[in-house]
Each structure stands twice: as structure tokens, then as C-alpha cells.
Design a protein around this ligand. Structure first.
Ligand SMILES: NC(=O)c1ccc[n+]([C@@H]2O[C@H](COP(=O)([O-])OP(=O)(O)OC[C@H]3O[C@@H](n4cnc5c(N)ncnc54)[C@H](O)[C@@H]3O)[C@@H](O)[C@H]2O)c1
Ligand SMILES: CC(C)[C@H](C(=O)O)[C@@H](O)C(=O)O
Ligand SMILES: [Mg+2]
Length: 360
């Protein structure tokens, strides 16, 4: 079969990790006889350098005309990059938020899974890890603080900056439905994370999640305050199955959860709307500190490509093959620096991609 994929290398380590994911997809094509037609799209700093803006209308149109989007990461070092001298609305991050909104990608799925082989890379003690760790964060992605009214006003020489956190019932309901649907295919437990002891938006969140839960009698629902959740993730991570949460809490908790899997370089993600279409990207950023050094772990991007095969292209067998290839290479002991432990075989970004592609 033929599929159209929009490819967004982005900035920093983005082009390096996307290159490796593409190698793996090439291996999938030759093994299973598919053809992927790629259109390269500029986003973030890469788009600013060429077009002066972090996202163009043309880029959105190319993404929309594709079956799925595969992305690396955007952004740079805020201290040194000229992109951060621009107005906030013209910086790389604004491009990422704008494409998420333009494509209505309200559901961000971030699976956090600890491979048995990576237990030594996980900073938690053996007894805390227990049987292991296999959960998914379902993060609302097009609402909340990221998209509320934002302004800075000055009165009597004193500046006040305002960010607005708002959610309506429909926005909460559609992400809750996603989380419960996912829980039905897993261990049937949803932990809805909020700050209902303080925030009105969280109190509405809780009420709507309770309503949605009525349609899923088999799923156990619990509510947890976000500060407790941050603690529980490192105290007893095995208790979680599906974490359902709003945009900013999900951003923070997913980076925290990533360390339980050994490294942020392991955390894949899918951003979905209510069609088959999706944007797939690792949960981490452009890692300017290691960009261009062949040090980045490409596995989060490769696992995101596997999610793309499964969710947007309906290629389950091919997704299984990519996941099995990652498993095989880890079992053989190959590690990039971020997941390295004693006795393992050190490799760089490109070698890791070669090994996984060969294992496919
Ligand atoms: N989705 C995205 O594109 C995305 C996500 C997060 C941050 N960002 C942007 O990335 C830039 C850098 O942000 P940051 O430094 O706070 O976060 P980051 O995720 O880029 O890096 C945090 C730390 O993790 C390491 N790291 C990240 N990915 C890795 C990988 N694949 N392999 C090995 N190590 C890895 C980095 O070297 C760094 O030490 C900022 O401009 C930020 O806005 C973009
Ligand atoms: C770069 C930034 C806007 C983005 C976010 O906060 O959503 C990133 O941290 C992520 O997790 O995808
Ligand atoms: Mg983040």
C-alpha cells in the first residue's frame, strides 16, 4: 500500500532522530512491500530561518493532505539562539502549539513503559520498581493554560503577566472518553489528575470525568491531586494504568514518568484528533546540549513511528515488528548514553537506528 507522510525534522536533535526513524520505516517498507511518500515540512526554528515564522499555512496544508505526520522536535537554547529574541508568538514553540491547534490534536498519548532490560537505567530502587511499569498518560493538548488569554499589562510602573486556564465541558468530555476507551483495552483503571482542591477548572474536570465514567462501569476511576501524583509516580509507579489529565499537568508528569522508564529518550507520543490522522513525536525536546553529536537516543522517535503505523495507517503487524526490533536491540545490550549501564554496548544515534532497522 502507498501512504503519505509529512515529515518534520525540526531543530536540534530533531533531524538526527527523524533520520533514524526513517531508516526503520524504510526497513518496514522493504519487508512488507509498502511505499511511504514523504513530504518534508518546516516547523519551529527551521521554519523561522526560511520563512520568518515558525509555521506557515502551506506547512499546515501539507500536513492535512497526509495520512500522518512524523516529527522530531523543535526549539533551541533560549540563552543563545536568535529565535528567542523574537516576539513569543514568533518563536519555535508557538509553531508547535499552532500546528496542534490547526490539526485539532486534542489527545496526546504518552505511553511510559519500563523494558526489563532498562531496569538498571531507572533511578528508582528495585523494590519501588517491583514487577515493572507500564502506563499511559492521556494529556489534553489543545486547551488549558497553553491556549487561554495571555497578556502583560503595566500599571504604576508595575508589570503584571496573565495566563488564563479555562476548560469547557466538551473539551473535558472528549479527552475523558479517549482515556476510558484506552483503559478498556488495558488494565481498566483511570487515574484522573487535577487540582480540584484549588481550581474551578479542575472541579469541572472532575464532574465531567465522573459523568463519562458512568458509561464505563468496568473501568475503575480514581481522582488524584497533581502534587500527590507527582510524588506517587516515583513512590509507587506500578499503581498507574491510564493517567488522564489537562495540558500542563500532563506536560510535567510525562517528563517525570519518562525517568521511570530510564530516560526521556524512551518516551514516545501520539497526538490525535477524532479521525485516524495523527502527529507522532517523541515527548522530549530538541536537546540543544547534545545536538549534532550522534548522542541522542532515537528510540522515542522510532516508537512514535510505530504508534503512527498502528493508529493512523492501521499497520498493526508492521508496528509489532518495529516494537519487537527495539526489544531485540535492547536485549542484545545496545545502549545510547542516556540509558547506558554497566556491561552494555555503547552506540550512537546512527548505530542505534541501523541496529533497529536491521532487526526489522
Ligand atoms: N515536542 C517538542 O518539540 C519539544 C518538547 C520539549 C521541549 N522542546 C523544546 O526543546 C528545547 C530544549 O528543551 P529542554 O532542554 O528543556 O528539554 P529537552 O527534552 O530538549 O532536554 C532535556 C534533557 O534531556 C536530554 N534529552 C532529551 N532528549 C534526549 C534524547 N533523545 N536522547 C538523550 N538525551 C535526551 C537533553 O540532552 C537534556 O539534557 C526548548 O526549546 C524546548 O522548548 C520541544
Ligand atoms: C515545547 C513545548 C511547547 C511542548 C509542550 O509543552 O507541550 C513540549 O514540552 C512537549 O511536551 O511536547
Ligand atoms: Mg514537555
Amino acid at each position: 500500500m502507498e501512504y503519505k507522510i509529512a515529515l518534520i525534522p525540526g531543530d536540534g536533535i530533531g533531524p538526527e532522530i527523524v533520520r533514524e526513524a526513517r531508516k526503520v520505516l524504510d526497513a518496514v517498507c522493504s519487508k512488507y512491500g509498502h511505499k511511504f511518500i514523504y513530504s518534508e515540512v518546516l516547523l519551529g526554528g527551521a521554519s523561522i530561518d526560511v520563512h520568518g515564522v515558525p509555521l506557515t499555512e502551506e506547512a499546515v496544508e501539507t500536513a492535512k493532505a497526509s495520512d500522518a505526520v512524523l516529527m522530531g522536535s523543535i526549539g533551541g537554547d533560549a540563552k543563545t539562539s536568535p529565535w528567542y529574541k523574537l516576539e513569543p508568538s514568533r518563536r519555535p514553540e508557538a509553531g508547535l502549539l499552532a500546528i496542534r491547534k490547526a490539526l485539532n490534536l486534542f489527545a496526546n498519548l504518552r505511553p511510559a513503559y519500563l523494558y526489563q532490560e532498562l531496569k538498571a537505567a531507572c533511578p528508582l530502587k528495585e523494590e519501588v520498581i517491583g514487577e515493572g511499569f507500564d502506563m499511559i498518560i492521556v494529556r489534553e493538548l489543545t486547551g488549558g493554560l497553553y491556549f487561554g488569554e495571555r497578556k502583560t499589562v503595566e500599571e504604576n510602573g508595575i508589570k503584571t503577566a496573565v495566563d488564563t486556564l479555562s476548560y469547557n465541558e466538551n473539551e473535558i468530555r472528549r479527552i475523558a472518553v479517549k482515556a476510558f476507551d484506552i483503559a478498556m483495552k488495558r488494565k481498566k483503571k483511570v487515574t484522573s489528575v487535577d487540582k480540584a482542591n484549588v481550581l474551578d477548572s479542575s472541579r469541572l474536570w472532575r464532574k465531567v470525568v465522573e459523568e463519562v465514567a458512568k458509561d464505563y462501569p468496568e473501568v475503575t476511576l480514581e481522582h488524584m491531586l497533581v502534587d500527590n501524583c507527582a510524588m506517587q509516580l516515583v513512590h509507587n509507579p506500578g499503581q498507574f494504568d491510564v493517567i488522564l489529565t489537562e495540558n500542563m499537568f500532563g506536560d510535567i508528569l510525562s517528563d517525570e514518568a519518562s525517568m521511570v522508564t530510564g530516560s526521556i529518550g524512551m518516551l514516545s507520543s501520539a497526538s490525535l484528533n477524532d479521525t485516524k490522522f495523527g502527529l507522532y513525536e517523541p515527548s522530549h525536546g530538541s536537546a540543544p546540549d547534545i545536538a549534532g553529536q550522534n548522542k541522542a537516543n532515537p528510540i522515542a522517535t522510532i516508537l512514535s513511528a510505530a504508534m503512527m503505523l498502528r493508529y493512523s495507517l492501521d499497520l498493526d503487524r508492521e508496528a509489532d515488528a518495529v516494537e519487537a526490533a527495539v526489544q531485540k536491540v535492547l536485549t542484545e545490550g545496545y545502549r545510547t548514553g542516556d540509558i547506558m549501564s554497566e556491561g552494555c554496548r555503547p552506540v550512537g544515534t546512527a548505530e542505534m537506528g541501523d541496529l533497529i532497522a536491521a532487526a526489522v
